[in-house]
Design a protein around this ligand. Structure first.
Ligand code: ADP
Ligand code: NI
Length: 219
């Protein structure tokens, strides 16, 4: 099977797996991350085949969709890639990428690194920023029944994985607890440049949000 065929089969597999996923994590998230990843990979020394496969499969292991179990998705991806007779070294690499990709609160560092992982993680982080990131945050908050904002509930610093997962704070807090931190966590130069612009857009969005919240008239 050619690399292009493997990619096409994987895309179809992921699309079917995510059929019933909620809006922030649906197939279109995967498609956007894939596009971000391809853009970054063109500028960085990363294997484009592994990057694209990694982007396609990166959320298949999301524990939110597997009753909190973080291993099910990796096993699913592994079984799928083996069924296509993809090189075992590529399959192992993809499994490492999906195991290590998700944001686990501010303090947790992972020990795995590869250029391909760096690119996919940047691509995923970019989709949590900017106009799309804002839309996803409020979509997630609505899905969870959160308030948009509550001036009496302050954002928290340096949350643990447990605090991050169990937070019921208003959606605006999520900007301070995660989204505005992302630009300084980018792995690649290209990712950092793309993040800068999306970061700036969120900063402007928040300042407008608070002006409107306080009923300040625009000039
Ligand atoms: P990832 O899959 O990148 O690890 P998550 O599953 O944590 O990200 O989040 C998916 C999307 O939902 C992201 O855009 C993220 O910003 C948003 N999100 C996650 N937690 C919250 C929250 N507490 N409030 C608002 N949005 C959130
Ligand atoms: Ni993702």
């Amino acid at each position: 099977m050619t690399d292009q065929e493997v990619i096409a089969r994987t895309a179809a597999f992921v699309k079917a797996e995510l059929e019933n996923a909620e809006g922030g994590h649906d197939w279109w998230h995967i498609e956007r991350v894939r596009n971000n990843a391809k853009t970054i990979a063109r500028m960085e020394p990363a294997n484009p085949f592994i990057v694209e496969l990694g982007a396609l499969l990166h959320d298949i292991a999301d524990s939110k969709f597997n009753n909190g179990d973080e291993t099910i998705g990796v096993e699913k991806a592994q079984a799928f890639l083996r069924s296509l007779l993809v090189d075992e070294s590529v399959t192992e690499h993809i499994c490492k990428i999906i195991e290590n990709i998700s944001f686990k609160g501010g303090n947790v560092k992972t020990d795995f690194f590869s250029m391909e992982f760096a690119v996919v993680q940047d691509a995923d982080r970019l989709d949590a920023m900017g106009a799309i990131g804002i839309a996803r945050a409020f979509n997630y908050g609505g899905f969870k029944g959160r308030e948009l904002y509550n001036p009496t509930i302050k954002p928290m610093d340096g949350m643990t994985k447990e605090q991050y997962k169990s937070s019921t704070a208003p959606t605006i807090n999520h900007f301070y607890e995660k989204l505005l931190l992302l630009k300084d966590r980018m792995n690649t130069e290209t990712g950092r440049r793309m993040a800068e612009q999306r970061h700036q857009f969120m900063v402007e969005y928040l300042s407008q949000f608070f002006r409107e919240w306080d009923g300040i008239a625009s000039r």
